[in-house]
Design a protein around this ligand. Structure first.
Ligand code: ADP
Ligand code: MG
Length: 441
C-alpha cells in the first residue's frame, strides 16, 4: 500500500468517529508524505490546518494509523510547500497571531481597485507609508460588504510588513466594548485595558457605529482616541455611514472622527465586479469561462460579499459534484441568492448545521466543549448572525444560555478561520446555499 492509500484508509477509519464534514473541513487537503523509520510526515495546506490537526486530532490520527498499519508512529506535521497560485501564504511575512487581531489574507495585493474605491484605497496606502502623519484619523465608510474590513486589515498588514516593530491592533467596536465591559469589573484589568490600547502605534477600529448610544464606551473611547491622537499615533475607523449620520454619538466624537480624512466606498460597477470574480477565481486555481464571469457579475450587483458568496457557492458545488462551473450553474445559484431577503427561522439554520455535522440541537445547547460540538455550535452562531441578523443575546439564548461575549468570541473565530481556511469557507458557503435554498421550497 502506498502512502496515498494509507491516508485514504485512515480518513475512512476516522469516519467512524468524526463526521464527514469535519473530515472534509480539516483533512480535505492533507496528505501523508512519508512513513518510515517510525516517523509519519503529514502535510497540511496551511498553518491553520496544521494547528487544528495538531491540537485537536493528533491523538485520533495516531490511533488510526496504528490500527491500520499495526505499528506505532511518531507524527510530524508540516506545511505543504507553496502552491504557486496562493501567494498570500508565503510563510510568516506578516507575522500575525493573537496580538494584532489581523487576518493575513486581507491585503492590498488582493484588493481590487476600481472607480468605486480608488480614493479610499489611495488614502489608505498613504497612511501605511506615513502612519500618524498625513491622514489622521482616517474614517472609511460604506454600505455592507464593500470592503471596509478588508481595507482596514490591509492597512494593518502593510504597516506590519514595512515596520514589524510597530504596535498595531485591529478590533471591532463590538470587541472594544465587550472587553471594556469585562475590564471595568476590576481596577487592575481596567488599567491594563487602558495601557493595552493606549500604547499602540496604530489603532484600527471596525464598525464604529456600534458605539451609538453606548455612553460609557464612548467616554472610554474618546479618552483612548485623544491620547493616541495627541501622541501622533495613527487611528483608522470604519463605519456604515459618515460620522455626522451616526445617531446617538456624542458631538465631540463626531467632530474628532470628521477632523481627519473621510473617504467612502461605493458599490462596484460591472467591470469591477467582473474583475473581482476573475481574480478570486484565479486565486483559487480556477479559470472561469468569461460567460460565467459575466453571468455572475451581471446578476449579483451590490455588495462584494454577495458576489464572493455566489462565486464560492458556484465553485463549491462544481467541485463537489464534479461538474463544470458553467453559466447555467451560475443561474441556478442566483435563484437561491436572490431570495435571501425573506425570513428564515433560526431553527432552519440550526437544523441545517446539525445535519451537516451529525450533531443534535441538544448538543449545541449543551455545555460540551468537545471540538465536534464546539465547531458546529460556532458555525451555527455565525450563520444566525449573518443570515438572520440575530443579536448576540438571541444567539446566546438559542445556544443554551451562553453570554454574548462567548457568542461573539465564537463568531469572530469562525470569521477569522473562514478568511484563512478555504475548505471551511467552502463548507460554510455550501451550508448558506442550502439554507437559503430552503426559502420558498
Ligand atoms: P465590509 O467590511 O465593508 O462589510 P468586507 O471588507 O468584509 O466588507 O468585504 C466583504 C468581502 O468582499 C470580503 O471577503 C472582502 O475580501 C471582499 N472584498 C471587498 N472589497 C473587495 C475588493 N475591492 N477586492 C477584492 N475583494 C474585496
Ligand atoms: Mg466589515
Amino acid at each position: 500500500m502506498n502512502t496515498k492509500e494509507i491516508w485514504q484508509n485512515l480518513l475512512l477509519y476516522l469516519e467512524t468517529e468524526l463526521s464527514k464534514p469535519t473530515i472534509a473541513t480539516f483533512f480535505g487537503e492533507t496528505e501523508l508524505a512519508s512513513l518510515e523509520n517510525g516517523q509519519a510526515r503529514i502535510l497540511c495546506p496551511n498553518r491553520l490546518s496544521l494547528e487544528h490537526l495538531r491540537t485537536r486530532y493528533e491523538e485520533k490520527i495516531r490511533e488510526a494509523l496504528r490500527a491500520i498499519s499495526g505499528q506505532s508512529w511518531q507524527l510530524n506535521f508540516e506545511i505543504r510547500p507553496l502552491a504557486p497560485h496562493r501567494p498570500q501564504e508565503l510563510g510568516p511575512i506578516f507575522k500575525t497571531g493573537e496580538s494584532t487581531g489581523l487576518v493575513n489574507s486581507y491585503t492590498f495585493e488582493n484588493f481590487v481597485v476600481g472607480l468605486s474605491n480608488q480614493l479610499a484605497v489611495s488614502v489608505a496606502e498613504a497612511v501605511t507609508e506615513r502612519p500618524g502623519e498625513l491622514h489622521n484619523p482616517l474614517f472609511i465608510h460604506s454600505g455592507v460588504g464593500l470592503g471596509k474590513t478588508h481595507l482596514l486589515h490591509a492597512i494593518g498588514n502593510q504597516i506590519k510588513q514595512i515596520s514589524p516593530e510597530r504596535k498595531v491592533l485591529y478590533a471591532s467596536a463590538e470587541r472594544f466594548t465587550s472587553e471594556l465591559i469585562r475590564a471595568i469589573q476590576d481596577r487592575r484589568t481596567t488599567s491594563s485595558f487602558r495601557r493595552r490600547f493606549r500604547s499602540l502605534d496604530v489603532l484600527l477600529i471596525d464598525d464604529i457605529q456600534f458605539l451609538a448610544g453606548r455612553e460609557a464606551t464612548q467616554e472610554e473611547f474618546f479618552n483612548t482616541f485623544n491620547e493616541l491622537y495627541l501622541a501622533g499615533k495613527q487611528i483608522v475607523l470604519t463605519s456604515d455611514r459618515p460620522p455626522a449620520e451616526i445617531q446617538r454619538l456624542e458631538q465631540r466624537l463626531v467632530s474628532r472622527f470628521a477632523g481627519g480624512v473621510v473617504a467612502d466606498i461605493q458599490e462596484p460597477d460591472l467591470d469591477m465586479r467582473a474583475e473581482i470574480l476573475r481574480r478570486k477565481a484565479a486565486a483559487r486555481g480556477t479559470n472561469l469561462r468569461e460567460e460565467t464571469v459575466l453571468a455572475l457579475a451581471e446578476k449579483v450587483a451590490g455588495s462584494i460579499r454577495q458576489l464572493e458568496g455566489a462565486l464560492n457557492q458556484l465553485l463549491a458545488i462544481a467541485a463537489t459534484q464534479k461538474i463544470e462551473p458553467s453559466p447555467e450553474l451560475a443561474q441556478g445559484i442566483l435563484r437561491t441568492q436572490c431570495s435571501s431577503n425573506q425570513e428564515i427561522s433560526p431553527q432552519t439554520i440550526i437544523s441545517a448545521t446539525c445535519r451537516r455535522f451529525g450533531v443534535t440541537p441538544e448538543d449545541l445547547r449543551s455545555a460540551s466543549r468537545a471540538q465536534e460540538i464546539v465547531l458546529p455550535r460556532q458555525i451555527a452562531a455565525y450563520l444566525l448572525r449573518k443570515i438572520n441578523r440575530s443579536s448576540l443575546n438571541q444567539i446566546g439564548r438559542l445556544m443554551g444560555g451562553r453570554d454574548h461575549s462567548t457568542v461573539l468570541h465564537g463568531i469572530e473565530k469562525i470569521e477569522k478561520e473562514i478568511a484563512e481556511n478555504e475548505i471551511l469557507r467552502n463548507q460554510v458557503e455550501l451550508m448558506r446555499g442550502e439554507i437559503l435554498g430552503k426559502i420558498g421550497s
